[in-house]
Structure formats: C-alpha cells, structure tokens
Design a protein around this ligand. Sequence first.
Ligand code: SAH
Ligand code: SF4
Ligand code: F3S
Length: 489
Amino acid sequence: MTGQKVYIETVGCQMNVLDSELVVGALRKHGYALTDSPVDADVLLFNTCSVREHAEEKTFSALGRVRLRKHANPDAVIGVLGCMAQKDQELIRKRAPYVDMIVGTGQLAAVPELVAKVRATREPQLAVSLGRSDAGRNEVEASFVSYDPTRDPTMRPTPFQAFVRIQIGCDKFCTYCVVPSTRGPEQSRPPEHIWHEVRQLVDQGCKEVTLIGQTVNSYVHEAGDRRTRLSDLIAGMHDVTGLERIKFVTNYPKDMTDDLLNAVRELPKVVKYLHVPVQSGCDEVLKRMKRNYTAGYYMDMLARCRELVPGVSVSSDFIVGFCGETEESFQKSMELVRAAKFKNSFIFKYSERGGTKAAERYPDDVPEDVKKRRNNDLLAVQNENSRADHRAQVGTTVEVLVEGPSRMSAKATHITQLTGRSMADHIVVFDGPERLIGHTVRVAIKDASPFTLYGDVLTDDVVGADVSREPSASAPVPARPNKFSLPLV
Ligand code: SAH
Ligand code: SF4
Ligand code: F3S
C-alpha cells in the first residue's frame, strides 16, 4: 500500500533503537513513509521496554493518548512491539483493548505482514515467541532480523553511526532482570554476517559502529574447530577502509578477558571506553542478584582494565534498594563508587519485575523514599567523580567524531555549537562550521562540567579527510523523526 505513513516511538536500550530502525526499513519497502506526527499516521507503533515499571507505565500512558487517535481515525493500526509485547500480552489487551497488533522481540520481521492482516481482517494480531524454555534455538535463529540495506539511515542516531547486533538474548539470569525472558536465550551471530553488515554500513557512509549485546563480551561463535571471540570479531573488521570507530556495549564483569583488553589497547579504531555494570558494592547483595562475582573481584577486574588499557574510561550501572539491601550494604556501594572513579554511572531504583527469581524469592522490602535517598546519595558521589574525571581532561587535545549541533545550539540562532564524542566517550562541545559534522576533528579542551568538555577546534586539522576540498562534507543534520528516549537504561 503506498502513501501510508508510520509513526514510531521507541523506549528502552540500543537493541530497541536498532529494532525500530529495522521495522521502519521493512515498512518502507512496503511503501510506507515515516512521519513524526501521530496525527498524520496510518500505523502507530510503540517499541517497548519492560526492564523497570517506569518504562512500562510510559508506554501505557502513550497508549492512553493514542486511544484518541483511534477515535479520530478508526482505520489507524496501533501496534505494540518489543519486550512488553513479549512479556505482557494479556495486560496490554486488558489495559489497551484497541491495540491491533502485539509483536514480540523475535517476530519483528513480520510487522509489515501483520499490518496487512489487520487491515484486511480488522482482527487483532498476536505474534510472540513461545516461552523461553520452549523456544528452540532454531526459532531464535530464524527470528534474527538480519541486516537489510534498505533499513532506514534516518532512523540512526546520525547517518554516520550505526548499531550492529552481534548477540541476542541473555543467559545470565540476574535475579532482578526480565531480559532473559523478553529476549530469549543468548546466541552469538556468525562473524561473517557481522563483518558483511559492517562493510555494507561503511559503504553507506557509516564511520562508527557500536556492537551491541546484553553481555557483549560473552560473544563467542563456534563453527567446526574455529572459535571467534569478541577480540577476534573486532580484529576482523578493524581494517575495513572508511570505518573509523568501533565501540561495544554492554560488558559483563566476569567475561572481561585479557585478549579483549589487549585488543582495545592495540587496535586504534577501538574506542577506549568500557561500560561494565557492577550493580552493587555489597557481596551479599551481589549474591542475591546472582551476579557471580564479589565487589573485590570487580575492583581487581577494574584495575586490570586500567593496567592493560591506559587511559580507558569506565562506566557502570547500579541498582539501589534491591531486596534486603541494608544501610550497611548500601554504604558498600558508596565505598565502591568512591573508589572506582567511573566516568559516569547509571543509577536505578530497584523495580520488582513479575516472573523474575527475585520477585519469587525475596520481598521488595526497601521503602520507596529510602530507594530515592540512596539513589541521590550515590549520584552525588558519582557526580563528584565525573566532575574530577572531566576536569582532568582540561589542557589535553582529543579527537572528536562530530555528531551534529549541540542541543544548546539548536535553540540559539547565530553560533553553531557542535557536539561529538572523544575516543574515551566524553561528550565534547565546541564552536565550528557545520561542514565538520560527520568528520573527526581535534579539539583542545579548555573547560569542563561534570558531563561535558568544552574546547576549541583545531581548524584545518580534520583527521583522515580534507574537508575544505569536499563540498559534500556539509552533511545535512539528520532529521530524527522517531522519538528516542535514550538512555533509558
Ligand atoms: N545487559 C546489560 C543491561 C541490562 S538492563 C547488563 O547486564 O549490563 C540495564 C540496567 O538496568 C542494568 O544494568 C541494571 O542496572 C538495570 N536494571 C535491570 N533490571 C532492573 C530492575 N528490575 N530494577 C531496576 N533496575 C534494573
Ligand atoms: Fe539482565 Fe543480567 Fe542479562 Fe544483563 S546480564 S541482561 S542484567 S540478566
Ligand atoms: Fe528494555 Fe528489552 Fe532492552 S526490557 S532494556 S528494551 S532488552
């Protein structure tokens, strides 16, 4: 059907951002155009996250708003995709009976077909995986939405940055977490598929790839007697001409092997940044979380990261107020965050999730106000460290891949303030011409806030390209019609 418009809202992690890109790419193939206005849309999609209750409530309130659209345009197709669709079909049907399709994480490739079915029959469509235990590896393999060259570059964070899924699912089963049930068993993609996809992305003008997996450093692919680890995978794409940066998220502390750290140090295109969530500084809490390491193990791992990759930036996640977290155990997280000197940390209040082991075994016994206070206390220490980390960069020169105008500049009128990230993942803001967007430039850092570095671009010093002789270098600022909510996690 041509002339039809699709609107999509995305919450959750990078997996969801990539899934939305793939779904829109598939719909484009069927003649759909993307719109940023729900009012214009013939198909309204919500790609959802279940990791915390807050994320789910966000989706339910969006669905509440969209109900009005359904009144105005009864032919509009409303779809709920992703993790909530996988986990809570019944609840969605109950709370939002006007939803026309519910599509799980493994069935996203079927979205165009399901939209057509809804249109033809006006019957609600449900497509979700069997339970995790029933989900045969083949089902999961078949559900891989593989790279499609028509996937929509305008859905990407920028035209020169893309996510590449190297692994799906998770087998770690941390007791608080829904991801193993919403994303199924852990499975690593064959390296050839990934390398091919990276080459295609680079051919499309992509300069930075972020390899994504729930525990990305657990990546291992075995075929016959060949074993490919993450370090091998990265080495195998490193020399693709035109590729400038390789990132990978998120790391599991127990799988941070020396071969990977050596690759991060040795390979110049690999970003010197590791996101390795610790979750808690208390051994008893870590045990109840089933993280399989102690705080001491984590700190030793951190020391190894810093020894093998000098200057590496490390960030973490914490959960505060997990079941049975006493004041004493919380103070251990405070001690750890003080000592660890993370570049930044994402701190979450524990949110009990139905179906998890924690919900089954342990009462959610830390009151909300205590969770809130602990969140603030931990954040205050982290912010001090972030400030120190950023201040330590003042006086240095960093290489920045310029992503676009900064948010400040988007509001202001005259000066173009640009933003991008350094090789150590620091956000850098500086004044410069828009033609630098999409290029790597050197910036002398003059000032710092806890979250941003400010500096002066060293002009005529574009790394790896002569911008002055390249009229096409004034890359248009990408339209971002889909609504991102990043980083929610
Ligand atoms: N796979 C990644 C991230 C998973 S979800 C990893 O293991 O590191 C992202 C973050 O959300 C987690 O690191 C954790 O800090 C947080 N999180 C997960 N489940 C949660 C819950 N039930 N309540 C609060 N935070 C949670
Ligand atoms: Fe969830 Fe743990 Fe898997 Fe991360 S490693 S996705 S926190 S179960
Ligand atoms: Fe959320 Fe699903 Fe990602 S639960 S964090 S969108 S894997």
